[in-house]
Every structure is written in structure tokens, then in C-alpha cells.
Design a protein around this ligand. Structure first.
Ligand SMILES: Cc1cc2nc3c(=O)[nH]c(=O)nc-3n(C[C@H](O)[C@H](O)[C@H](O)COP(=O)(O)O)c2cc1C
Length: 175
């Protein structure tokens, strides 16, 4: 396996007019990356194409968020959410992501694509402690599966108390 960059406490921000775009096949391997994506994450096209999208997964991200992403995509629905990503040099960047199944004329999912923008600082401040608690739950659960289930339950309870779901919550925070 490729060696992961060591995370460092340096944030990179997208410009207001900038979008990160990528496409994957059905297994999550990258098939397209736009220039902004390459500039921000620091990987070249050659390093990204054919590689799993988790190449930029940040260790601060709870697994339960990606479970929600994939469960949503498997239902042929689009996902909206906040993701902290890891650059090649260990820096990080937050995005508000929209991930969508790419469906052909026969209704078959042929891949996925994603467009991401810079979230407002207020949204990051709200999401970060929630993700930190989910990560803590996952790490102390004694197993990966149990951890995801428990972190999902924590998120569900928190959102239910606000009478919302993750998608509505994310869209409202993005503003
Ligand atoms: C179109 C698309 C875009 C994705 N974008 C990201 C991303 O920006 N960052 C990320 O960590 N995972 C992203 N993922 C999810 C990864 O495929 C993966 O599930 C995640 O990084 C968790 O890694 P793991 O499955 O190895 O635990 C994306 C998936 C798809 C289908």
C-alpha cells in the first residue's frame, strides 16, 4: 500500500469561484480530476487516475460519514456533505461535496462524480466537533463495524434532536 502523508496542521482553502471536480468508476477509482483538484491536493493526474478516491482520505474523518455516502449512492441518490481531505504534503482542506451517481440510458450506474466547494467557516466549526466525537466513538468501539454503527447512531440521535437529517443539515449549514 502507498505510504500515507503525515497530516499537518495547515489548511488550504478553495477560492470562491473554484470547484473541485472528480469522477470515479463504480468501485470508486478515479477516472477524471479537474485542474483545481490537482492543484489543491498536490497529486498529478498520473498519480490520481485509476486510484481509489480514498487516496485523499483524512484520518480525522469518521468512517460512518463515508458509509452514509456509499449507502446514499447505492440507492441511486445524490449525497451532500462535509469532508476534510488530506493533501499530498499533509495539509488539509474542507469541502462541501455533492456526489452523484452517473446513470446511463438503461438506468445503470456507470460511475460517480463529485463537485465540491469551499464551505463557510461557520459550517466547519459546527461539523468539526461532531466528526471528532464520531471518530472518538469509532476508535473506542472495539471493532470497525461496531464503531461505524455506534457513530452512525450518535449522528442519527443528534440530527433527530434537531428534527433534521444529514442532507438537510448539510444543505442548511452550507447556506
Ligand atoms: C465520486 C466520489 C468522490 C469521492 N470523494 C472523496 C473525497 O473527496 N474524499 C474522501 O476521503 N473520500 C471520497 N470518496 C469516498 C472514497 O471512495 C472512500 O469511500 C473514502 O475515502 C473512505 O475510504 P475507505 O473506503 O478506504 O474507508 C469519494 C467517492 C466517490 C464515489
Amino acid at each position: 500500500m502507498r505510504e500515507r502523508p503525515t497530516p499537518k496542521n495547515h489548511e488550504i482553502k478553495l477560492g470562491e469561484e473554484e470547484f473541485i471536480v472528480s469522477k470515479t468508476d463504480t468501485s470508486g477509482k478515479i477516472t477524471y480530476a479537474n485542474r483545481v483538484f490537482m492543484e489543491i491536493c498536490g497529486y498529478s493526474e498520473r498519480e490520481l487516475l485509476g486510484v481509489q478516491h480514498n487516496i485523499i482520505r483524512h484520518p480525522d474523518m469518521p468512517r460512518a460519514v463515508f458509509r452514509l455516502l456509499w449507502d446514499t449512492l447505492k440507492e441511486k441518490k445524490e449525497f451532500f456533505g462535509f469532508v476534510k481531505n488530506l493533501c499530498k504534503d499533509g495539509s488539509y482542506y474542507w469541502v462541501f461535496a455533492n456526489v452523484t451517481p452517473d446513470i446511463d440510458n438503461n438506468g445503470q450506474v456507470v460511475g460517480y462524480y463529485s463537485v465540491r466547494r469551499q464551505p463557510p467557516i461557520s459550517a466547519i466549526r459546527t461539523v468539526e466537533p461532531i466528526y471528532q466525537e464520531m471518530l472518538r466513538i469509532e476508535k473506542s468501539a472495539g471493532g470497525i463495524k461496531q464503531g461505524i454503527v455506534k457513530a452512525q447512531a450518535y449522528l442519527q440521535d443528534l440530527l433527530a434532536a434537531k428534527d433534521t437529517d444529514y442532507e438537510k443539515f448539510a444543505l442548511e449549514l452550507y447556506g
